[in-house]
Design a binder for this molecule. Structure first.
Ligand code: FE2
Ligand code: FE2
Length: 469
């Protein structure tokens, strides 16, 4: 692709056609991206027409254009939310300074790291979801999967843009490496644990988009506060897309729950497996797994890195502007959980050091909202789903490896291990769910384990042919 074609192919509001250096960098990266997409993106359907939305500008009309497109022809764009005139740094030791349009030298390495870690998650989830197209429960779901996939790939573009535009040679190297690490690769895995897990079935996919994409929302929201304005504006725009991913998860789990409740009523039993449904116990175990793995993404409860990022104005808190404290946090404390003398207790620590916990607490609160909706459905059959305790099944932070039960009790290791089949998906659970994974490709038809959605996408009916072979 020539440079002229390139800047026409890539919808953007970053003046790509006037930026020769950026064009040259993308010219060599873009073909590698397409190779990656073909090798590790959706395993099938690359020649199908998929009813997708494409952002062509950040304005109200431009950001969500719908139409049929073949995925490899998707126009992955580069967008920054509109600049806020006179914007100043909103937190940390440089609060009140005008935001930076270039990377301050003293925070260059930290900023690059934040962008790389975020960027690494985006293609990782596409890789994790690579084979799901073969077992989609409906064309509606298939389309939603691909929408999530192309947008995660666009999020990769968003981070690669920042690396190419603002970080010179080492930024280009990092951009290349984002295509070289692969989810679950023994030698060169993705950076964060949850992004090396498998997403083997659609219940996992719904849980992933509900819980793990929600981690994305909180990370992006705190980077959207950044004093480095191009990063802040990039993340602000990404958040619009992230909302759809969580909708796919909330709607998906909600539809599974609804179908389960229907089957329970119809057959007057809690065991709906013989009728092709998924039992509430199994759904709870999947939830426990995805929630606990997603909590690990927030890092350790106390962290000097998080404190430094905040003090330097690089990464704020969720909805920083709405908080009523001094946004510097030097003399404040918060409580964080600790394990002491065989007990789970709390301890006061400087707020600055506990920012990971603060973000995680906000995430937990947000996660609980979807459960309230699902539980209204389940209340009809006398069941409830619960978020497990934050200490359950953790691999990072104070609870790493600690035998904490889902209801927050510390028990002997042996007891904990013996009880695991009650708490985390068993081989039997996974085999049953796998047995339900049969593709349904007739427009409007749904697999029997999941209820239809209440409405279609973009005012189209549920029966719309969202993917045309
Ligand atoms: Fe993303
Ligand atoms: Fe996402």
């Amino acid at each position: 692709m020539t440079t002229v074609e390139l800047s026409e192919r890539i919808p953007n509001n970053v003046n790509l056609s006037g930026d020769r250096k950026l064009q040259r960098a993308l010219e060599s990266w873009q073909p590698r991206f397409l190779d990656w997409w073909r090798q590790l993106g959706p395993a099938d359907y690359q020649d199908s027409e998929v009813y997708l939305r494409t952002a062509v500008s950040v304005g109200r009309e431009g950001w969500a254009n719908f139409g049929y497109v073949k995925m490899p022809d998707y126009r992955w764009g580069i967008f920054l939310a509109d600049a806020e005139p006179g914007r100043t740094v909103g937190f940390g030791d440089r609060i009140g300074e005008p935001v930076w349009q270039d990377v301050p030298g003293e925070v260059r390495a930290d900023l690059r790291r934040l962008i790389v870690v975020q960027g690494d998650t985006e293609p990782a989830s596409v890789e994790q979801q690579r084979y799901l197209g073969a077992t989609a429960p409906s064309l509606y779901d298939l389309r939603n999967l691909f929408q999530v996939n192309v947008e995660e790939a666009r999020h990769l573009w968003a981070m690669v843009y920042l690396l190419h535009r603002y970080f010179g040679r080492d930024g280009r190297d990092e951009a290349d490496e984002l295509l070289e690490r692969h989810s679950g690769d023994a030698d060169n895995p993705r950076i964060l644990g949850a992004f090396n897990e498998r997403t083997p079935d659609w219940l996992s996919f719904y849980m992933f988009t509900y819980f793990t994409d929600r981690d994305g929302k909180f990370q992006l929201a705190s980077l959207a506060e950044s004093g480095f304005d191009p990063l802040a504006r990039t993340c602000q725009f990404m958040l619009k897309e992230e909302a759809h991913h969580m909708f796919v998860g909330a709607g998906g789990v909600g539809r599974v729950v609804q179908r389960t409740a229907e089957l329970m009523k119809e057959h007057d039993t809690t065991d709906v497996e013989p009728y092709g449904g998924i039992n509430v116990d199994t759904i709870q175990r999947y939830l426990n797994h995805h929630f606990s793995v997603s909590l690990d993404l927030f890092g350790a409860e106390t962290s000097t890195n998080a404190a430094n990022y905040f003090a330097a104005g690089l990464k704020g808190r969720f909805q920083e502007k709405d908080r009523t404290d001094d946004h510097r946090l030097h003399d404040q404390t918060v409580s964080v959980p600790v394990l002491e003398g065989g007990d789970i207790t709390e301890r006061q620590v400087p707020s600055l050091s506990a920012l990971n916990t603060t973000l995680r607490d906000d995430y937990v609160e947000d996660s609980a909202k979807g459960l309230e909706r699902w539980n209204r459905t389940l209340a009809e059959v006398g069941e409830q789903l619960r978020l497990p305790h934050v200490g359950f099944n953790r691999g990072v932070g104070v609870f790493a490896g600690a035998p904490v039960t889902p209801d927050g009790r510390l028990v002997p290791h042996a007891e904990w291990r013996e009880s695991l089949p009650l708490w985390l998906p068993t081989d039997r659970d996974r085999a049953h769910v796998a047995s339900l994974m049969r593709p349904v490709s007739e427009p409007g038809k749904m697999a029997a384990w999941v209820a239809p959605p209440s409405s279609g996408i973009h005012a189209k009916p549920v029966e719309f042919e969202y993917v045309r072979a």
